[in-house]
Design a protein around this ligand. Structure first.
Ligand code: MLT
Ligand code: MN
Ligand code: ZN
Length: 303
């Protein structure tokens, strides 16, 4: 299985257009040893020809232009994207669907809850019906599996995560299974498994099991601390209120990943405020000491 990191940043990307925080200021002025990042999305394939796009970020156009394997190969209109899987209905994970409107009908795999959001509070599906149309494929939220005909040799196990629907969701304050999901992707012929969850607010038992049985975990790297946005006076929200588990501290992602053995551990969806973006920072060294990698745009993972 080949995994391409199309975008490794959280909502807003890095630097964020209007942000003058310590990180954004220093990356712009060239004073930081780090990399700019586009917004959260990956592509997965078992044959390097047919790709599943997982999440569609507002930066999708540049992400696809930077990735020859997914570009048109034959005829006048073509793409390596054979289907799309959505983890939630957040802006950073779904706005890119609008950029795919010139194509054939989109085969989109997402939960019933995400479909509801994308036909009401953020009616992307309704909008696309005037262009390419959407074939919605419902997916399980109880950890059972499904396959996607055009992406042979991969099997997907999707399960609801305790998190939050976005602000524009009609059920923002009334959580439902499927507002957010995590996915285990298994290559049928090799048995290799990836666990992917760019938004992870709580380490539920099923998440721990998924991580322990995976060969590689690609998980929420949004924040270093619980109060990161508050301390930098950028927001009043704690990480938990945004559905993200910070890396540092007691019960944080580092501590949890240290209980997972024989698995490659990689962070994705890094927010522009996170000190790990500075490759000379102490937090970045701490991750390395704990055997945890940080994704960057264009990174490829072979499983
Ligand atoms: C999140 O992951 O918390 C959201 O993407 C934040 C946002 O972009 O508004
Ligand atoms: Mn996000
Ligand atoms: Zn910033």
């Amino acid at each position: 299985m080949k995994i391409r990191i199309l975008g490794s940043g959280a909502g807003g990307g890095f630097p964020q257009w209007n942000c003058n925080c310590n990180n954004c200021k220093r990356i712009r002025s060239g004073e930081m040893n780090g990399k700019a990042r586009t917004q959260s999305s990956i592509a997965v394939s078992s044959d390097n020809i047919n790709w599943l796009l997982i999440n569609a970020s507002p930066d999708i156009r540049a992400q696809l232009e930077a990735f020859p394997a997914i570009q048109p190969k034959q005829g006048l209109r073509d793409t390596g994207i054979k289907a799309v899987l959505l983890m939630d209905s957040q802006i950073d994970h779904t706005t890119g669907l609008l950029m795919l409107r010139e194509g054939k009908p989109l085969d989109i795999y997402c939960s019933e809850m995400v479909k509801q959001d994308l036909t009401s509070g953020f009616p992307v599906f309704n909008m696309l019906s005037h262009y390419c149309t959407v074939n919605h494929h419902p997916i399980p939220v109880d950890g059972s599996s499904f396959t996607i005909p055009a992406i042979a040799d991969l099997r997907f196990y999707t399960q609801a995560l305790k998190s939050k629907a976005p602000p524009y969701s009609p059920h923002r304050h009334d959580p439902h299974d499927g507002d957010n999901i995590g996915v285990v992707i298994e290559q049928i012929s090799t048995g290799k498994k990836l666990f992917y969850s760019p938004g992870l607010g709580e380490l539920e038992d099923h998440v721990m099991t998924a991580m322990q049985t995976a060969d590689c975990v690609l998980v929420d790297g949004t924040f270093w601390t619980e109060n990161e946005m508050i301390d930098q006076q950028l927001s009043k929200k704690k990480a938990a209120e945004m559905g993200h588990l910070p890396q540092s501290g007691s019960g944080g992602m580092i501590e949890i990943l240290n209980t997972v053995q024989n698995t490659r551990k990689i962070l994705i969806h890094i927010n522009n405020t996170n000190p790990i973006l500075d490759e000379d920072s102490e937090p970045c060294h701490i991750l390395a000491k704990n055997g945890i990698e940080v994704t960057y745009d264009g990174m490829e993972i072979d499983l």
